[in-house]
Design a protein around this ligand. Structure first.
Ligand SMILES: [Zn+2]
Length: 469
């Protein structure tokens, strides 16, 4: 199978580029996953639905995809909140990991090749830090924490477009927190020396040989958040990978720091294509825990809304545009999705027993849309067109819809065909004979009888279509 020519918007170059992976036909793909300290809100899920759609497009276009999604199970927030609840970190994060896995299943998100837990890669993180110390890109501060020296890495800021020159006026500072913004461009923590607030969460790192003589060799502490993703992606996908995704809020500082750490350690370009999805807004403000303007997936399920309707609603917009969430819009999306399911159900009402073909004309258009930086809004409009097109047989329609749904993930394959009761089916078969014999009077009588049982029959040139009234 020939591979599709896909164009993606690359945050790094700020251009739409023709996708060409490092290894022909294979894609190494890393997505920043959740911090398992709470129920994610639906705004967070946009990143996973986007990454899933991207993966589905790559698979559809004939690529082999190795996809890694990490689970951040140790960081400032997981430690803080596990202690608030008086729980062991592992017990606490495992609970929210399970909830996350349930959620992504209900959103029809395909499982990645592997979920990587940060706590399983502490040694790999230490190894990168050692390399950075050796190369003089990292240093130990007076509190024994290890920091990355951003001024020693000449490409710092290339992803976010940050001009480090502008920051020169600022006194060189250090930031130990995992999350901060552009007003706080400073050296960031790679290894955080243990403090009381960390309780029983620590690892002993032997950085002795890479530190100035006389320094304490073993540093008890924990990794910073940014080094976790550098270590997990390189350990599972290699030093150079094709695609790395996340939300736009990951561009700075998280992904900028990942580049600094990874490229600083290996001396090679880390990621070929950086791709980021935009925010979900509520009343024009970003949906976030801190703004308290969020819905979780269980909030919308409690309202009786199918989570797939949320996926469908997001696909109606390009992943790079901001969307404003209102409940009524989601309800509208669910109504539309139900209509699509209904149309699909009706396709099965005829005795088809498979045998349909994907309509080539529509498939070509479909590919053109999804290959253009995942233009799902236009691809969805095309799906409606397929349903409406009377020139296509029901069997071909069904097969075409299922083909498109490999990318949409709306779950058409789980929709059961409408079941026609045996007595109705019998009348339809009888009517088929009268049609052939051009016995229109009898045919009309049979139609009325079918109607009285709650079904209607429509004549097309080569078949009768039966559906519930
Ligand atoms: Zn990450």
């Amino acid at each position: 199978m020939s591979l599709g020519k896909i164009k993606f918007y690359n945050t790094l170059t700020r251009e739409k580029e023709t996708f060409s992976p490092i290894k022909k036909g294979e894609v190494s793909f890393y997505s920043c996953g959740p911090t398992v300290y709470n129920y994610p809100h639906i705004g967070n899920y946009r990143a996973y639905i986007f990454a899933d759609t991207l993966k589905r497009v790559l698979l559809y276009e004939g690529y082999k995809v190795k996809h890694i999604v990490n689970l951040t199970d140790v960081d400032d927030k997981t430690i803080r909140d596990s202690q608030k609840e008086g729980k062991m970190l592992k017990e606490f994060t495992e609970f929210y990991t399970k909830e996350f896995l349930k959620d992504i299943k209900s959103l029809n998100i395909l499982s990645p090749t592997k979920f990587t837990k940060a706590t399983d890669y502490i040694n790999e993180m230490m190894e990168i830090i050692e390399k950075l110390l050796k190369k003089g890109l990292a240093y130990k501060s007076s509190d024994n924490s290890i920091y990355f020296n951003i001024r020693k890495f000449k490409n710092y800021g290339k992803l976010s477009g940050l001009m480090l020159e502008e920051q020169k006026e600022n006194p060189a500072g250090r930031i130990k927190k995992d999350e901060y913004d552009k007003d706080n461009v400073q050296d960031f923590a790679l290894w955080k020396a243990w403090g009381k607030a960390d309780g029983n969460v620590y690892w002993d790192a032997d950085f002795g040989k890479d530190l100035p003589r006389g320094s304490k060799a073993i540093i008890r502490g924990r990794p910073g958040w940014h080094i976790e993703c550098s270590a997990m992606s390189m350990a599972t996908l290699g030093e150079q990978i094709d695609i790395h995704t996340g939300g736009v809020d990951n561009i700075f500082p998280h992904h900028e720091n990942e580049i600094a750490q990874s490229e600083g350690a290996t001396g090679k370009p880390f990621v070929k294509y950086w791709m980021h999805n935009e925010w979900v807004l509520v009343n024009q403000k970003k949906m976030s825990k801190s703004e308290k303007n969020f819905y979780t997936l269980r909030d919308i399920m409690d309202k009786g809304i199918n989570p797939v309707a949320y996926r469908f609603w997001l696909l109606m917009a390009n992943y790079r545009t901001r969307v404003n969430f209102v409940l009524e819009a989601l309800e509208g999306a669910e109504t539309a999705l139900k209509r699509l399911y209904n149309l699909y159900q009706r396709l099965g009402a005829n005795p088809l027993a498979g045998g349909g073909k994907v309509n080539q004309e529509y498939q070509n258009k479909f590919k053109e849309f999804i290959e253009d930086d995942l233009d799902t809004p236009r691809a969805l409009a095309l799906l409606w067109d397929v349903f409406k097109d009377e020139k296509i047989s029901d069997a071909d329609k069904k097969t075409t819809v299922l083909d498109f749904d490999k990318v949409f993930g709306l779950g058409f394959e789980n929709i059961e065909a409408e079941k026609i009761p045996k007595e109705v089916q019998k009348l339809v078969e009888e009517r088929e004979k009268t049609r052939k014999n051009k016995d229109f009077q009898k045919s009309d009588e049979l139609r009325k009888e079918i109607n009285s049982l709650g079904y209607e029959v429509k004549d097309t040139s080569d078949e009768q279509k039966v559906s519930k009234i």
